[in-house]
Design a protein around this ligand. Structure first.
Ligand code: G3H
Ligand code: 13P
Ligand code: ZN
Length: 305
Protein backbone atom coordinates (compact mmCIF):
# COMPACT_ATOMS: atom_id res chain seq x y z
CA UNK A 1 0.00 0.00 0.00
CA UNK A 2 1.09 3.59 -0.61
CA UNK A 3 2.11 5.39 2.59
CA UNK A 4 3.91 8.61 3.53
CA UNK A 5 7.60 8.90 4.28
CA UNK A 6 6.79 10.30 7.73
CA UNK A 7 4.81 7.18 8.68
CA UNK A 8 7.47 4.61 7.72
CA UNK A 9 10.34 6.62 9.16
CA UNK A 10 8.56 7.23 12.46
CA UNK A 11 8.28 3.46 12.95
CA UNK A 12 11.90 2.92 11.87
CA UNK A 13 13.09 5.58 14.33
CA UNK A 14 11.08 4.07 17.18
CA UNK A 15 12.48 0.57 16.54
CA UNK A 16 16.07 1.39 15.55
CA UNK A 17 16.21 0.26 11.92
CA UNK A 18 16.41 2.10 8.59
CA UNK A 19 14.24 1.90 5.49
CA UNK A 20 15.90 1.41 2.10
CA UNK A 21 15.27 4.04 -0.58
CA UNK A 22 16.03 2.86 -4.11
CA UNK A 23 16.02 4.86 -7.34
CA UNK A 24 13.59 3.78 -10.04
CA UNK A 25 14.58 4.49 -13.64
CA UNK A 26 12.52 1.94 -15.56
CA UNK A 27 10.07 -0.95 -15.24
CA UNK A 28 12.68 -3.59 -14.41
CA UNK A 29 14.24 -1.56 -11.60
CA UNK A 30 10.80 -1.05 -10.07
CA UNK A 31 10.02 -4.76 -10.34
CA UNK A 32 13.36 -5.70 -8.79
CA UNK A 33 12.77 -3.38 -5.82
CA UNK A 34 9.20 -4.43 -5.11
CA UNK A 35 9.91 -8.16 -5.56
CA UNK A 36 12.83 -7.88 -3.13
CA UNK A 37 10.87 -5.90 -0.54
CA UNK A 38 7.94 -8.34 -0.73
CA UNK A 39 10.23 -11.36 -0.43
CA UNK A 40 11.79 -10.07 2.79
CA UNK A 41 8.62 -8.34 3.98
CA UNK A 42 10.06 -4.84 4.33
CA UNK A 43 8.70 -1.32 3.93
CA UNK A 44 10.40 0.33 0.97
CA UNK A 45 10.88 3.78 -0.54
CA UNK A 46 10.73 3.89 -4.35
CA UNK A 47 12.15 7.18 -5.52
CA UNK A 48 12.50 8.96 -8.84
CA UNK A 49 15.13 11.62 -9.48
CA UNK A 50 14.57 14.58 -11.77
CA UNK A 51 16.97 12.80 -14.17
CA UNK A 52 14.82 9.66 -14.14
CA UNK A 53 11.74 11.80 -14.75
CA UNK A 54 13.48 13.49 -17.69
CA UNK A 55 14.38 10.05 -19.06
CA UNK A 56 11.16 8.11 -18.56
CA UNK A 57 8.46 10.67 -17.68
CA UNK A 58 6.86 11.19 -14.27
CA UNK A 59 3.53 9.72 -15.36
CA UNK A 60 5.12 6.45 -16.49
CA UNK A 61 7.32 6.10 -13.43
CA UNK A 62 4.64 6.99 -10.91
CA UNK A 63 2.14 4.67 -12.62
CA UNK A 64 4.63 1.78 -12.39
CA UNK A 65 5.30 2.51 -8.71
CA UNK A 66 1.56 2.72 -7.96
CA UNK A 67 1.13 -0.73 -9.48
CA UNK A 68 4.04 -1.98 -7.36
CA UNK A 69 2.36 -0.44 -4.31
CA UNK A 70 -0.70 -2.65 -4.80
CA UNK A 71 1.28 -5.23 -2.85
CA UNK A 72 0.61 -5.52 0.87
CA UNK A 73 3.91 -3.98 2.05
CA UNK A 74 4.19 -0.21 2.80
CA UNK A 75 5.58 1.66 -0.24
CA UNK A 76 6.56 5.35 -0.33
CA UNK A 77 6.40 7.08 -3.72
CA UNK A 78 9.14 9.67 -3.29
CA UNK A 79 10.76 12.41 -5.37
CA UNK A 80 14.55 12.28 -4.93
CA UNK A 81 16.59 15.52 -4.95
CA UNK A 82 13.76 17.76 -6.11
CA UNK A 83 15.25 21.11 -7.04
CA UNK A 84 12.78 22.33 -9.62
CA UNK A 85 9.69 23.69 -7.87
CA UNK A 86 7.47 22.97 -10.89
CA UNK A 87 8.48 19.29 -10.78
CA UNK A 88 7.81 19.21 -7.04
CA UNK A 89 4.33 20.69 -7.50
CA UNK A 90 3.63 18.26 -10.33
CA UNK A 91 4.77 15.33 -8.15
CA UNK A 92 2.49 16.42 -5.29
CA UNK A 93 -0.46 16.82 -7.66
CA UNK A 94 0.29 13.37 -9.12
CA UNK A 95 0.07 11.72 -5.71
CA UNK A 96 3.70 11.36 -4.60
CA UNK A 97 3.43 10.53 -0.90
CA UNK A 98 6.73 12.27 -0.24
CA UNK A 99 9.05 14.76 -1.91
CA UNK A 100 12.61 15.78 -1.22
CA UNK A 101 13.33 19.44 -1.62
CA UNK A 102 17.08 19.75 -2.07
CA UNK A 103 18.10 23.34 -1.36
CA UNK A 104 21.61 22.35 -0.27
CA UNK A 105 23.10 24.56 -3.00
CA UNK A 106 21.39 27.65 -1.56
CA UNK A 107 22.26 29.92 1.37
CA UNK A 108 20.86 28.79 4.74
CA UNK A 109 18.14 31.48 4.59
CA UNK A 110 17.05 30.62 1.03
CA UNK A 111 17.09 26.90 1.79
CA UNK A 112 14.85 27.53 4.84
CA UNK A 113 12.53 29.77 2.84
CA UNK A 114 12.03 27.35 -0.07
CA UNK A 115 11.86 24.22 2.09
CA UNK A 116 9.17 25.86 4.22
CA UNK A 117 7.22 26.67 1.08
CA UNK A 118 7.42 23.04 -0.10
CA UNK A 119 6.36 21.80 3.35
CA UNK A 120 3.26 24.01 3.11
CA UNK A 121 2.40 22.66 -0.35
CA UNK A 122 2.99 19.07 0.75
CA UNK A 123 0.64 19.49 3.74
CA UNK A 124 -2.23 20.29 1.37
CA UNK A 125 -1.72 16.87 -0.23
CA UNK A 126 -1.10 14.87 2.95
CA UNK A 127 2.47 14.31 1.74
CA UNK A 128 5.74 14.71 3.67
CA UNK A 129 9.03 16.46 2.90
CA UNK A 130 12.69 15.44 3.17
CA UNK A 131 15.14 18.37 3.10
CA UNK A 132 18.94 18.60 2.98
CA UNK A 133 21.46 20.69 4.85
CA UNK A 134 25.18 20.57 4.09
CA UNK A 135 26.57 19.49 0.70
CA UNK A 136 27.23 15.94 -0.42
CA UNK A 137 29.74 15.70 -3.29
CA UNK A 138 29.37 13.61 -6.43
CA UNK A 139 26.91 13.32 -9.28
CA UNK A 140 23.60 14.27 -7.82
CA UNK A 141 20.76 14.26 -10.25
CA UNK A 142 21.39 16.64 -13.12
CA UNK A 143 24.28 18.47 -11.42
CA UNK A 144 27.68 17.44 -10.12
CA UNK A 145 28.84 18.73 -6.73
CA UNK A 146 32.64 19.01 -6.72
CA UNK A 147 34.63 17.49 -3.91
CA UNK A 148 35.89 20.88 -2.79
CA UNK A 149 32.24 21.98 -2.38
CA UNK A 150 31.67 19.33 0.30
CA UNK A 151 30.06 20.83 3.38
CA UNK A 152 29.47 18.74 6.49
CA UNK A 153 26.14 19.37 8.23
CA UNK A 154 26.45 21.70 11.19
CA UNK A 155 24.37 20.40 14.16
CA UNK A 156 23.20 23.78 15.44
CA UNK A 157 22.18 24.93 11.95
CA UNK A 158 20.39 21.60 11.46
CA UNK A 159 18.39 22.13 14.66
CA UNK A 160 17.37 25.64 13.58
CA UNK A 161 16.65 24.46 10.02
CA UNK A 162 14.27 21.68 11.10
CA UNK A 163 12.53 23.93 13.60
CA UNK A 164 12.01 26.68 11.00
CA UNK A 165 10.96 24.47 8.08
CA UNK A 166 8.89 21.69 9.67
CA UNK A 167 10.47 19.09 7.34
CA UNK A 168 9.68 15.44 8.15
CA UNK A 169 13.22 14.11 7.54
CA UNK A 170 16.67 15.62 7.10
CA UNK A 171 19.44 14.45 4.76
CA UNK A 172 22.84 15.05 6.35
CA UNK A 173 26.34 15.31 4.95
CA UNK A 174 28.64 13.21 7.14
CA UNK A 175 31.23 11.86 4.71
CA UNK A 176 29.43 10.07 1.88
CA UNK A 177 29.36 11.05 -1.80
CA UNK A 178 27.02 10.24 -4.69
CA UNK A 179 28.06 7.89 -7.48
CA UNK A 180 30.79 5.21 -7.79
CA UNK A 181 33.64 7.56 -6.85
CA UNK A 182 33.20 8.24 -3.16
CA UNK A 183 36.67 8.56 -1.73
CA UNK A 184 40.18 7.70 -2.87
CA UNK A 185 40.72 5.95 0.44
CA UNK A 186 38.34 4.10 2.76
CA UNK A 187 35.08 6.05 3.22
CA UNK A 188 35.07 7.33 6.81
CA UNK A 189 31.78 8.54 8.16
CA UNK A 190 31.92 11.19 10.88
CA UNK A 191 30.06 9.29 13.61
CA UNK A 192 30.81 11.93 16.24
CA UNK A 193 29.14 14.53 14.03
CA UNK A 194 26.16 12.24 13.44
CA UNK A 195 25.77 11.83 17.23
CA UNK A 196 25.86 15.61 17.70
CA UNK A 197 23.22 16.12 15.00
CA UNK A 198 21.07 13.34 16.44
CA UNK A 199 21.23 14.94 19.89
CA UNK A 200 19.60 18.16 18.69
CA UNK A 201 17.44 17.08 15.73
CA UNK A 202 14.31 15.05 16.47
CA UNK A 203 13.22 14.18 12.90
CA UNK A 204 14.57 11.03 11.17
CA UNK A 205 17.95 11.47 9.47
CA UNK A 206 18.76 10.36 5.93
CA UNK A 207 22.00 9.00 4.49
CA UNK A 208 22.56 9.70 0.78
CA UNK A 209 25.40 8.29 -1.28
CA UNK A 210 25.27 5.03 0.67
CA UNK A 211 26.22 2.55 -2.06
CA UNK A 212 28.80 -0.14 -1.24
CA UNK A 213 30.47 -0.13 -4.72
CA UNK A 214 31.47 -3.77 -4.19
CA UNK A 215 34.73 -4.78 -5.80
CA UNK A 216 33.36 -8.15 -7.03
CA UNK A 217 30.81 -6.32 -9.16
CA UNK A 218 33.41 -3.84 -10.45
CA UNK A 219 35.65 -6.80 -11.36
CA UNK A 220 32.85 -8.43 -13.37
CA UNK A 221 32.23 -5.18 -15.23
CA UNK A 222 35.96 -4.92 -16.03
CA UNK A 223 36.22 -8.59 -16.95
CA UNK A 224 33.58 -8.08 -19.63
CA UNK A 225 35.06 -4.95 -21.14
CA UNK A 226 33.70 -2.15 -18.97
CA UNK A 227 35.75 0.65 -17.41
CA UNK A 228 33.93 2.33 -14.54
CA UNK A 229 35.82 5.02 -12.64
CA UNK A 230 35.28 3.98 -9.05
CA UNK A 231 36.75 4.08 -5.60
CA UNK A 232 35.87 2.78 -2.17
CA UNK A 233 32.19 2.58 -1.28
CA UNK A 234 30.47 2.67 2.10
CA UNK A 235 31.17 -0.54 4.02
CA UNK A 236 28.43 -2.67 5.55
CA UNK A 237 29.85 -1.96 9.01
CA UNK A 238 29.69 1.78 8.39
CA UNK A 239 26.05 1.53 7.31
CA UNK A 240 25.17 -0.56 10.38
CA UNK A 241 26.86 1.89 12.70
CA UNK A 242 25.15 4.88 11.07
CA UNK A 243 21.78 3.16 11.53
CA UNK A 244 22.59 2.49 15.19
CA UNK A 245 23.37 6.18 15.58
CA UNK A 246 20.04 7.32 14.17
CA UNK A 247 20.02 7.12 10.35
CA UNK A 248 16.48 5.99 9.35
CA UNK A 249 16.52 6.22 5.53
CA UNK A 250 19.39 4.97 3.37
CA UNK A 251 19.57 5.90 -0.33
CA UNK A 252 20.99 3.50 -2.91
CA UNK A 253 21.17 4.02 -6.64
CA UNK A 254 24.75 3.33 -7.79
CA UNK A 255 24.80 -0.27 -6.48
CA UNK A 256 21.75 -1.11 -8.61
CA UNK A 257 23.34 0.53 -11.66
CA UNK A 258 26.57 -1.42 -11.14
CA UNK A 259 24.75 -4.72 -10.58
CA UNK A 260 22.65 -4.23 -13.72
CA UNK A 261 25.66 -3.19 -15.81
CA UNK A 262 27.71 -6.20 -14.73
CA UNK A 263 24.84 -8.58 -15.50
CA UNK A 264 24.14 -7.08 -18.91
CA UNK A 265 27.83 -7.04 -19.92
CA UNK A 266 28.24 -10.64 -18.85
CA UNK A 267 25.04 -11.84 -20.54
CA UNK A 268 25.93 -10.17 -23.84
CA UNK A 269 29.52 -11.42 -23.73
CA UNK A 270 28.42 -15.00 -23.05
CA UNK A 271 25.56 -14.88 -25.55
CA UNK A 272 26.71 -12.67 -28.43
CA UNK A 273 23.75 -13.86 -30.49
CA UNK A 274 21.24 -12.41 -27.99
CA UNK A 275 18.97 -9.75 -29.45
CA UNK A 276 16.01 -10.13 -27.12
CA UNK A 277 16.23 -7.43 -24.47
CA UNK A 278 14.11 -9.52 -22.14
CA UNK A 279 17.07 -11.89 -21.89
CA UNK A 280 19.73 -9.48 -20.71
CA UNK A 281 17.47 -6.97 -18.97
CA UNK A 282 15.81 -9.89 -17.22
CA UNK A 283 19.12 -11.02 -15.69
CA UNK A 284 19.80 -7.41 -14.71
CA UNK A 285 16.46 -7.37 -12.90
CA UNK A 286 17.42 -10.52 -10.97
CA UNK A 287 20.76 -9.15 -9.76
CA UNK A 288 19.19 -5.82 -8.80
CA UNK A 289 16.62 -7.73 -6.77
CA UNK A 290 19.38 -9.54 -4.87
CA UNK A 291 21.19 -6.27 -4.26
CA UNK A 292 18.01 -4.72 -2.82
CA UNK A 293 17.41 -7.73 -0.55
CA UNK A 294 21.00 -7.58 0.69
CA UNK A 295 20.65 -3.88 1.52
CA UNK A 296 17.28 -4.29 3.24
CA UNK A 297 18.66 -7.02 5.49
CA UNK A 298 21.66 -4.86 6.33
CA UNK A 299 19.38 -2.00 7.36
CA UNK A 300 17.36 -4.25 9.68
CA UNK A 301 14.04 -3.56 7.93
CA UNK A 302 13.34 -7.14 6.82
CA UNK A 303 10.13 -8.45 8.46
CA UNK A 304 9.11 -4.91 9.42
CA UNK A 305 6.37 -4.47 6.77
O1 G3H B 1 21.34 11.20 -6.08
C1 G3H B 1 21.12 11.03 -7.27
C2 G3H B 1 20.71 9.75 -7.83
O2 G3H B 1 21.77 8.83 -7.88
C3 G3H B 1 20.00 9.93 -9.15
O3 G3H B 1 20.85 10.23 -10.20
O4 G3H B 1 19.82 11.93 -11.76
O5 G3H B 1 21.35 10.20 -12.62
O6 G3H B 1 19.05 9.62 -11.84
P1 G3H B 1 20.25 10.51 -11.68
P1 13P C 1 24.61 6.30 -4.35
O1 13P C 1 25.13 7.02 -5.55
O2 13P C 1 25.66 6.04 -3.34
O3 13P C 1 23.84 5.07 -4.69
O4 13P C 1 23.54 7.31 -3.65
C1 13P C 1 22.24 7.44 -4.18
C2 13P C 1 21.49 8.58 -3.59
O5 13P C 1 21.87 9.19 -2.61
C3 13P C 1 20.24 8.94 -4.26
O6 13P C 1 19.65 10.08 -3.70
ZN1 ZN D 1 21.10 11.49 -2.98
Amino acid sequence: MLVTLASVLKKAQAHGYAVGAFNVNNLETAQAIIQAACEVSAPVIMQTSEGAIEYAGMDYLSAIIRIAAKSSIPVVLHLDHGKNLDIIRHALRSGYTSVMYDGSHLSFEDNVHRTRQVVQWARQYGSSVEAELGRIPGKEDLVTVKRRELLYTDPESAREFVQKTGCAALAVSIGTAHGPVKSRTKVCLDYALLKRIRAVVAVPLVLHGASSVRSAIIRTIEQYGGAVPHAQGVSDQAIKRAVLLGICKVNTDTDLRLAATSAIRKALALHPEEIDMRGYIGVARDVMKHEVMRKIRLLGSADKA
